[in-house]
Design a binder for this molecule. Structure first.
Ligand code: NAP
Length: 169
């Protein structure tokens, strides 16, 4: 069975998702939520975001939480020191790998180029909207096709207000 493709994204009020290859806010609660949602699961992400995330975990000394990472890259020789990380050289091969693995739901976690290409395949978006404008240089694409608001919850942490939304097509 083809897995359900879900997107997890945190964006500011301008739709910004990153700046200088980093996420320009730090919200512990949101990171814990991402960790809990992806723990042991299959995650798909772009090579740039993977390197940024792996660097963050390397510094903290903690293991990366997902069960498997599929890194999208044009580099056929891509290798990671982590034994739960695999490369895919196209969107289709990443989805094919997830299907072969028997996954029911896979999580696409960024960045900009990956969100753009996976949005047509996605049925669900787990979104965190962070209050403010963080002067980002990368953005989430137009998601006007996701018209069903499944849930909405306001929260705050470390002096930052944000809203969790779950949207479906
Ligand atoms: N706020 C959030 O939720 C969130 C989440 C994740 C990331 N981010 C932010 O997003 C930014 C990074 O986004 P980005 O768009 O620059 O990078 P990205 O989407 O993470 O990765 C781009 C790379 O993916 C590979 N790629 C993309 N499409 C491909 C395809 N069709 N076939 C093969 N390979 C493909 C290429 O890797 P190669 O160059 O190796 O070929 C490309 O350079 C950072 O600022 C990051 O912090 C934010």
């Amino acid at each position: 069975m083809t897995p359900l493709v879900s997107i997890i994204v945190a964006m500011d009020e301008k739709g910004g998702i990153g700046k200088n290859n980093r996420i320009p806010w730090h919200i512990r609660k949101d990171l814990i939520r991402l960790r809990d949602m992806t723990k042991g699961r299959l995650v798909i992400l772009g090579r740039t975001s993977y390197e940024s995330m792996a660097g963050y975990y390397d510094k903290s000394g903690r293991p990366m939480p997902a069960g498997q990472y599929i890194v999208i890259t044009h580099d056929e020789n891509f290798k990671s020191a982590r034994n739960n990380t695999f490369a895919a050289t196209s969107i289709e091969s990443a989805l094919g790998h997830a299907k072969e693995n028997g996954e029911k739901e896979v999580f696409v976690i960024g960045g900009e180029t990956i969100f753009k290409q996976f949005l047509p395949f996605a049925k669900k978006i787990y979104m965190t909207v962070v209050k403010g404008n963080f002067g980002c240089d990368t953005f989430f694409p137009n998601y006007s096709g996701f018209k069903k608001l499944i849930s909405l919850e306001n929260d705050s942490d470390e002096g930052i207000d944000f809203t969790y939304k779950i949207l479906e097509k």
